[in-house]
Design a binder for this molecule. Structure first.
Ligand SMILES: Nc1ncnc2c1ncn2[C@@H]1O[C@H](COP(=O)(O)OP(=O)(O)OP(=O)(O)O)[C@@H](O)[C@H]1O
Length: 308
């Protein structure tokens, strides 16, 4: 179990993590979602004592990371898969780690097999692809057979087969009663992997709930989340926000926006009243990806009168 209380990290004037409190429970996969720069990596570094908090505290199984007699046996961590001596072979890297933590050699072979690295274990790490490096990082995290796993962007660089492998591994480890905490910016991936999700935005917790609850939360009172696309977004935005809707443009798709707090039928009716042509009107209930977008993009939200 990981418990953070009012955890804060400031770098000069920048507050990377801003008074965050959460509990990561054992026996389930908890996803840590947030856009780039939200503070996910900083939070993970604070958990494992690679950085000191400016305020607040965080414990793993009731103690600060550094207070554990053998941290590698308590907490397995993948933070930066490139932090490996490039001239060493994968097996020697794992053997060196095992030796410093009095972990038996046979455990090295076990994690090599578990992570599918048998064919490259004797090769130097500097020739490894990003995906192979990620597998080696996960092998190192598993070495001490820890009850808590913290993996920062573990599917980064993996091929589709590797992504499914990480997904199954995370679920399997949680099924054994371990605490599994994974970060990602891939909402669709998290929806398939995590039982519980914490969404971080600009250093603060936006949501801490099950996938289903997060989708419902983003839908807001009075209606599901709906995606619209029109050549006349400004006119539609005025009509919808006047009708009580929230509207968040999707920057990558001109004319598209996520609409909340208004039923899909009412959105269609208001568009018709204003003679606004719709190229798309889609109900997004059930899509964590769109929910996440609506939750984290509130800074570009149209408000009533703001889009005339
Ligand atoms: N050592 C540091 N010195 C100064 N600022 C930092 C430092 N580390 C992180 N930051 C800043 O803190 C904020 C949070 O960064 P962090 O890396 O934790 O975010 P993240 O959610 O993990 O994003 P990403 O997915 O891009 O890594 C960013 O604005 C970042 O620039």
């Amino acid at each position: 179990m990981i418990e953070a209380t009012a955890l804060t990290k400031r770098y000069g004037a920048k507050t990377a993590v801003d008074g965050v409190s959460f509990t990561i429970e054992p026996g389930r996969v908890t996803g840590f979602l947030g856009p780039n720069g939200a503070g996910k990596s900083t939070t993970m570094r604070l958990i494992v004592g690679l950085d000191n908090p400016s305020a607040g505290h965080v414990t793993v199984n009731g103690k600060r990371y550094a207070e554990h007699a053998s941290p590698l046996r308590e907490v397995g961590v993948l933070l930066d898969a490139k932090a490996v001596h490039p001239g060493r072979t994968a097996r020697n890297h794992l053997l060196a780690l095992a030796a410093t933590h009095r972990i038996p050699r046979r455990r090295v072979d076990e994690v090599i097999a578990l992570t599918g690295l048998e064919s490259v274990a004797g090769k130097r790490v500097k020739g490894f692809s990003l995906g192979m490096g990620q597998r080696l990082g996960i092998a190192a995290a598993l070495l001490g057979d820890p009850s808590t796993l913290i993996l920062d962007e573990p599917v980064n660089g993996l091929d589709p087969e590797g992504v499914i492998w990480v997904r199954q591994l995370a679920k399997h480890l949680a099924g054994q009663g371990r605490t599994v905490f994974l970060s990602s910016h891939l909402m669709s991936e998290m929806a398939q992997t995590a039982d519980h999700i914490i969404v971080l935005g600009r250093g603060r917790i936006i949501a801490d709930a099950s996938v289903a609850e997060i989708v419902a939360l983003a839908s807001g009172p009075g209606g599901a989340t709906v995606r619209v696309r029109t050549p006349h977004l400004d006119r539609l935005a005025s009509a919808l926000t006047a009708g009580g809707a929230t509207l968040t443009p999707i920057p990558e798709t001109p004319g598209a926006a996520i609409v909340g707090a208004l039923p899909i039928e009412r959105i269609g009716e208001l568009a018709a009243q204003q003679a606004v042509v719709l190229h798309e009107l889609t109900s997004l209930q059930g899509s964590l990806e769109e929910a996440y977008l609506a939750l984290t993009q509130d800074d570009v939200e149209y408000h009533a009168g703001g889009a005339a």
